[in-house]
Design a protein. Structure first.
Length: 288
C-alpha cells in the first residue's frame, strides 16, 4: 500500500500520489496518461483527475501498479470499483490484463479470444478475480511468453486452466517445465492465424507473436515512442544490442496494424503508416 509520507517530490497536491517505492515501469503512464508522467527515476502525478473518465483511469492505474506505489484518498475514491474492469477491452476480442507483476517489472500482458481456444500473451500476477473473468470468457488454452523476463505467474494460470505454455528454447530457464519449448531461428507459421517471429537481442529467446496479420505482440523487442511518434527499441538491453537491432529487419516482411508491447501503450495505426514506422526503425538501426 502506498505511503503518503513517502510521496515523491514531483507529485502535484491532491487525492492521488505516487510514493518512493515506484520502479518506473510506466504502467500508470499508459493506463492513465492524463494523470501520470515520467520523472528521472519514477512516475508521478502531474495532473489530478477532474472528471469521471480521468478518475476511472487513475484508479485502474492504481490497481495495475506492480508495487502498490500509487495511493489515493479512499474516503473519496474506491479502487475496488474498477477491479472488475479487467481485462480491459482494446479491440474486438483483444484485452489488456492489467494487474501487472513486480517480478516482470510491470510488464503488460494481453488476453486474446479465439474460437479454437483463448490465448494469454505474457502473464499478469495471479489474481483470482481476474481468473474468474477469464473463466467467464472461455478460459485459457495457450500462454505465449515473449521472453524470459515477463513470465510472472504464468505457471499459476497454466495450472488453473490446464493451459499450454509456449516459450523459446533459448529462454526456457525462465519456465523450464513449459509444455511447449520451441527452438526456432526463422519465422514459423504456428497455425493459419498465428506466426512466431524470433527477434533475439533483448534476450536470447525473444520472439514476437503475429496474429491475423493485424496484431503484433512484441514483448520487450519494440514499442511506440509517443513523443517522437515512432517505433523504437528499449533503451535497456540485457543480452545483445547488435542482435536486437538486426532483429528489427525480421518485421519488414509482415503487415500489421497494432503493436502490443510489454512496456508502453499499445498503438494502432493504419497499415501503411505502420509499415513506414517499421521501415524508419530499420533505417535508424543502420545509422547506429
Amino acid at each position: 500500500m502506498a505511503n503518503r509520507e513517502k510521496t515523491v517530490s514531483e507529485n502535484v497536491s491532491g487525492a492521488f500520489f505516487v510514493d518512493a517505492t515506484c520502479i518506473d515501469c510506466g504502467t500508470c503512464r499508459h493506463v492513465a496518461p492524463k494523470s501520470f508522467a515520467e520523472a528521472a527515476e519514477n512516475s508521478f502525478v502531474f495532473h489530478q483527475p477532474e472528471n469521471d473518465a480521468e478518475v476511472t483511469a487513475a484508479l485502474r492505474a492504481l490497481v495495475s501498479c506492480p508495487t502498490g506505489s500509487i495511493g489515493t484518498d479512499t474516503r473519496v475514491y474506491k479502487p475496488n470499483t474498477v477491479m472488475a474492469d479487467f481485462p480491459l477491452p482494446l479491440d474486438e476480442g483483444l484485452y489488456y490484463c492489467g494487474y501487472t507483476s513486480a517480478s516482470s517489472y510491470g510488464a503488460s500482458s494481453y488476453f486474446l479470444l479465439h474460437p479454437e481456444g483463448n490465448w494469454l500473451i505474457d502473464s499478469p500476477k495471479w489474481m483470482p478475480r481476474l481468473a474468474e473473468r477469464f473463466e467467464a470468457m472461455g478460459g485459457i488454452r495457450w500462454i505465449f511468453l515473449t521472453h524470459r523476463d515477463d513470465v510472472a505467474d504464468a505457471a499459476a494460470y497454466a495450472m488453473h486452466f490446464g493451459a499450454k505454455r509456449m516459450i523459446h528454447a533459448a529462454d526456457q530457464r525462465a519456465m523450464p517445465d513449459a509444455e511447449m519449448i520451441l527452438d526456432i531461428t526463422e519465422p514459423q507459421q504456428y497455425s493459419p492465424a498465428f506466426k512466431l517471429i524470433p527477434v533475439p537481442g533483448h534476450s536470447p529467446g525473444s520472439w514476437c507473436l503475429l496474429y491475423q496479420n493485424r496484431y503484433l505482440f512484441s514483448g520487450d523487442h519494440v514499442w511506440w515512442e509517443p513523443n517522437g511518434k515512432k517505433l523504437t527499441n528499449p533503451n535497456y538491453i540485457y543480452w545483445d544490442r547488435a542482435k536486437m537491432l538486426a532483429s528489427n529487419h525480421a518485421l519488414l516482411s509482415y503487415q500489421f496494424e497494432w503493436i502490443l508491447p510489454g512496456h508502453g501503450a499499445p498503438v494502432h495505426l493504419d497499415r501503411e503508416t505502420m509499415q513506414q514506422a517499421v521501415q524508419m526503425l530499420c533505417q535508424n538501426t543502420k545509422a547506429l
